[in-house]
Design a protein around this ligand. Structure first.
Ligand code: AHG
Ligand code: MN
Ligand code: MN
Length: 344
């Protein structure tokens, strides 16, 4: 984009992605329209999220509201909104969602030449919905293995390195949409007065190191020794530990913890435990898309040993251990895990 491309200071998401489309010589505008569909659904979900605290006043979830419509749980609502936006957008030929056991193929539109599938976590951090704490949406966009047919399972089971685009929406003190197409990371804040996402965080770069560690430390006893030693290191315990301990911050919404650490510098971890040897988080629509973003911003994402982006999922809801964040902090965690592996 040239410096004087826009005469006013505000650059909307739509303007930005259309301008970026010109950088892809063979782009037909499909990805532009797909990202727009996601943005529209995000605005609709924002509207609903902002009303969530009023449920007690306006009617319980599950009960009928004044218009006789039944109130839906927010995660079900978000799932429906994103799926419907993608279905009607006519660009994607299928969606896989945390909320659905199987993927959904948009059979009716495969013949229109659709070439993308979307995997998503429509409402991340769902335990925080009822307590007014930030929640989010995460999405991965892949090209189908073949054009002009309905989505197949194989279209979704692609390595992170094949991602065409990935992003998240955070419904926090404001709503933000952050995405990458592999040419840096850009963040847009929803201006509710004009109903547009406006470029607020151009070319996000993650600090190489940071002072925040984010983990559900209630699981400490169930972590491996390597993870326990790393956590001690974070607290300033041990020989080469930092003199000033890191700060612990854990929201329990991956999107919110990730977003804060992306901006401020830090590490988020969901390590394996004895009862959950693959951790908790899902590769396809939680770990891989955020790995793409973090790498584009200069950070790292691994399972403790291996790069997340190189994982090829074997199933839609596959789990993977996750260490994501500032380069130095992730490398340090990997050192402890390597020592542990070598000792055993
Ligand atoms: P979801 O709400 O989509 O099921 O995801 C919850 C995830 C993630 O957002 C969060 O970081 C993590 O689960 C929290 O897990 P614990 O409660 O085990 O810490
Ligand atoms: Mn989630
Ligand atoms: Mn979810």
């Amino acid at each position: 984009m040239g410096p004087n491309k826009f005469s006013r200071e505000v650059i909307t998401l739509t303007e930005f992605i259309i301008a970026r489309q010109k950088d892809f010589p063979f782009a037909k505008g499909d990805l532009t329209s797909l990202l727009n569909d996601i943005a529209v659904a995000a605005k609709i979900v924002t509207r609903e999220v902002r009303k969530a605290g009023l449920v007690d006043i306006l009617g319980e979830v599950g009960a009928e509201n004044i218009q006789g419509e039944s109130q839906k749980k927010l995660d079900v609502y978000a799932n429906e909104q994103f799926i419907s936006a993608l279905r009607h957008g006519g660009v994607a030929c299928g969606v896989a969602s945390e909320e659905n056991d199987d993927f959904i193929g948009f059979d009716e539109q495969f013949y229109t030449g659709t070439t993308y599938v979307v995997a998503m976590d429509p409402l991340d951090g769902s335990s925080n919905i009822d307590v007014n704490v930030s929640i989010g949406t995460i999405f991965s966009i892949y090209r189908t293995l073949e054009p002009n047919r309905s989505a197949s399972l194989e279209d979704f089971l692609q390595a992170g390195t094949e991602l065409v685009a990935a992003g998240y929406v955070i419904y926090g003190s404001s709503t933000m949409l952050v995405y990458t197409t592999g040419r840096g990371v850009n963040g847009f804040t929803l201006d509710p007065s004009i109903g547009e996402f406006c470029l607020s965080h151009p070319d996000i770069k993650m600090p190489e190191t940071g002072s925040i560690y984010s983990i559900n430390e209630g699981n400490y006893k169930a972590f491996s020794e390597g993870v326990q030693h790393y956590l001690n290191w974070c607290k300033g315990i041990g020989e080469d530990a930092p003199e000033k301990p890191l700060t612990g911050r854990y929201i329990g919404s991956l999107v919110a913890d990730f977003h804060r650490n992306l901006i401020k510098g830090g590490i988020y971890m969901y390590p394996p435990t004895k009862s959950a040897p693959k951790g908790k988080l899902r590769l396809l629509y939680e770990c891989a898309p955020l790995a793409f973003i973090v790498e584009q911003a200069g950070g790292m994402a691994t399972d403790g040993h291996r790069r997340i982006m190189e994982y090829t999922p074997r199933e839609l809801h596959q789990r993977v251990p996750y260490f994501v964040g500032s380069k130095h902090l992730v490398e340090k965690a990997m050192e402890f895990l390597k020592q542990e592996a070598e000792a055993s």
